[in-house]
Design a protein around this ligand. Structure first.
Ligand code: ADP
Ligand code: MG
Length: 628
């Protein structure tokens, strides 16, 4: 299951024709574009020589949008029309964004959203009209693409765009949509940590375990990669799409407000100035031990030690995530060979120190942490467009949450467990529950819990045209496929007729990583309760199946029962039905057993009758299907 192949860095392209393809790191805070030239992949700079394009778009009235540094400069002048951190809003609906309030403090206090938008799609009211996160991302991608086309002197044939490992379907789909809006051909979406590993050319090592620690402006991703004779495999991932350098800004902003005796800043211009002061202080503390801060009429100083104290809660969350990623892979910290730092926020000393302390060794950071991801994407793009000879280098990603299907009793049957490497296809056979059932409805869910109601609903679809059969006779194969971009498709096939129904999981609105985190935590906390829930669910299901089967048997062959037997069975059914709504699992099991016992003779007589019929030349099928 080769996902993609990457040649060794430095190997010279043999083809005379060099096709233009670039790698794009579409960041929350900054975006970059990289391309290979003369065998090496480099970040492409704009006319002024800057590599980083701030992921900011200014929408002035009646003019073309302005992207990048010039837009960032508008942030204090015209904040309502200057959009930052659009990536945080990708794949989410308005309610999600507003509910996230805190993480999106910047967004919700700076922008006005159109409250009447269709299906809750967030649309920001700007002087240039309504702008969706997809449109804003498209404007950023378009700027990078034209930068690349002017530097490279030709038309781009393809792009590789990186996304956080935790991006869900909706977020990935919307990233692709944004690229399509500006006419870009997406060769592949690539997980950011995976791109970083590629940039480091870690294939030259024979083997090892590597942690990719990516703390950007708005997202945090940790991935554990294993390397075996040039083959990378992502063993586990973790992260938080709402944790990043911005949160450290916020900690400083809150500190300034409390020191300056200011309440909530509601004026958007002061808010933007406060934010800038905080960012400047945070950056200075990477070099200096103490920094002076001026805001409005207030003046003060923040020391590195104070900053470490203020950030303690955030750092704890970050390290806990690292711990979980390692635990998920069932290894210990000393089995990690290398830690790679990615993302501008890993420049903060408080982070470097915490990482070194937790892993017991300092992290690698030779490649500029801002550029690593784009460089890796550029290398991938060059390979995927066909400029490099294929090599035996495989990259595998993983599925972050289990994917499964609802079965009877509102239970979840996991088909693709969490942390399975992708692309992957798995199937499982199911059967009908009701006699003569001709349609089945499927409910695709995501999450770690045992009950459907505790998981996230992804999609529903139906398979019709199942030939009527007795319960349990139809065979339906359900197949789950997750492609290299992490997108899921599910199909269901009735094996005797070949009737098939399938669904591509639609860009349903997103889950943020806090929600993923919560889902994982609650599955651990509720493991016992879930086991009981599953047990009672299964007991109820078994009981109901027995009751239904007996009811239809009595209808067909009731004349085989004598009166006292009939009464006994009836009473046992009533008891079991009551237990099935009120009792616990052991009570249901005992009463199911009772019903089985009192109806055992009846079942045996039916069997004799039907086998006798079969011996007389009538098929069992004919007799059984005569019931519908
Ligand atoms: P993203 O991947 O979200 O676009 P980046 O990797 O560009 O983000 O990182 C941006 C974050 O890095 C911002 O929060 C920025 O303030 C922070 N950052 C950049 N340089 C420094 C520095 N010298 N010290 C501390 N933080 C920094
Ligand atoms: Mg980044």
């Amino acid at each position: 299951m080769a996902l993609l192949q990457i040649s060794e860095p430095g190997s010279k392209p043999a083809k005379p024709l060099h096709r233009l393809a670039v790698g794009i790191d579409l960041g929350t805070t900054n975006s970059l574009v990289a391309a290979s030239s003369a065998g090496a992949v480099e970040i492409l700079a704009d006319d002024e020589g800057s590599h980083l394009l701030p992921s900011v778009v200014h929408y002035p009235a009646g003019l073309e949008p302005v992207v990048g540094q010039d837009a960032l400069d508008q942030l204090t002048i015209d904040p309502a029309n200057t959009i930052i951190s659009a990536k945080r809003m990708l794949g989410k609906n308005l309610l999600d964004i507003q509910a996230e309030g805190d993480a999106n403090k910047a967004a919700t206090s700076l922008y006005q959203f159109d409250q009447n938008s269709r299906d809750g799609v967030p649309q920001i009211l700007t002087a240039a009209g309504l702008k969706s996160p997809v449109q804003i991302s498209a404007d950023i991608l378009g700027t990078l693409a034209s930068r690349a086309e002017s530097v490279l002197g030709g038309k781009l044939e393809g792009v590789v765009i990186t996304v956080p490992a935790y991006f869900n379907d909706a977020q990935r789909q919307q990233t692709k949509e944004a690229a399509k809006l500006v006419g870009l051909n997406v060769l592949r979406l690539l997980n950011e940590p995976t791109a970083a590993a590629v940039a480091y050319g870690l294939d030259t090592n024979d083997q090892g375990r590597i942690i990719i620690f990516d703390l950007g402006g708005g997202t945090f991703d940790v991935s554990l990669l294993s390397l075996q004779r040039g083959v990378f495999e992502v063993l586990s991932t973790g992260g938080d799409t709402n944790l990043g350098g911005d949160d450290f800004d916020r900690v400083i902003m809150d500190w300034i407000c409390s020191e300056a005796g200011l309440d909530q800043i509601t004026d958007s211009k002061s808010f933007a100035r406060l934010r800038n002061a905080a960012i400047a202080a945070k950056h200075s503390l990477t070099e200096a031990d103490i920094v002076e801060i001026n805001f409005e009429n207030w003046q003060g100083a923040l020391s590195r030690a104070q900053f470490i104290e203020l950030s303690a809660e955030l750092v704890k969350r970050i390290i806990n995530t690292c711990r979980r990623v390692i635990r998920d892979a069932s290894i210990s910290v000393d089995e990690i060979d290398n830690i790679v730092l990615v993302g501008g926020a890993t420049r903060m000393l408080v982070i470097r120190e915490a990482v070194a302390e937790f892993f017991g060794k300092p992290a690698l950071a030779e490649i500029d942490p801002d550029k690593v991801v784009a460089i890796g994407a550029g290398i991938q793009a060059d390979v995927l467009i066909g400029n490099k000879p294929a090599n035996d280098f495989l990259l595998l990603d993983v599925n972050p949450l289990s994917l499964g299907i609802e079965t009877m009793g509102e239970l979840v049957e996991k088909i693709i467990p969490r942390n399975t490497t992708i692309p992957v296809a798995r199937d499982q056979e199911f059967t009908t529950f009701k006699e003569g059932q001709t349609a089945m409805s499927f409910h695709v869910v995501q999450g770690e819990r045992e009950l459907v109601s505790d998981c996230r609903s992804l999609a529903r679809f139906e398979l019709r045209g199942i030939p009527p059969m007795v319960a349990g006779a139809a065979k339906i194969r359900v197949k789950f496929q997750v492609d290299a971009d992490g997108l899921l498709s599910v199909s269901a096939e009735e094996l005797s007729t070949g009737m098939i129904a399938e669904i591509q999981v639609k860009p349903s609105f997103g889950l943020n990583a806090d929600a993923i985190e919560e889902m994982l935590q609650s599955s651990q906390e509720n493991a016992l309760a879930d086991m009981e829930a599953r047990s009672i669910g299964e007991a109820r299901l078994e009981a109901q199946q027995l009751i239904d089967a007996l009811a239809s048997a009595v209808e067909i062959d009731g004349d085989l029962l004598d009166e006292s037997e009939s009464l006994l069975i009836k009473a046992a059914i009533e008891k079991l039905e009551r237990a099935n709504t009120e009792g616990d699992s052991s009570e249901i099991r005992v009463l199911t057993e009772d019903l089985n016992r009192v109806s055992g003779n009846f079942a045996a007589r039916r069997m004799d009758l039907h086998i006798g019929a079969a011996l007389r030349g009538e098929s069992i099928d004919m007799i059984e299907s005569s019931s519908d």
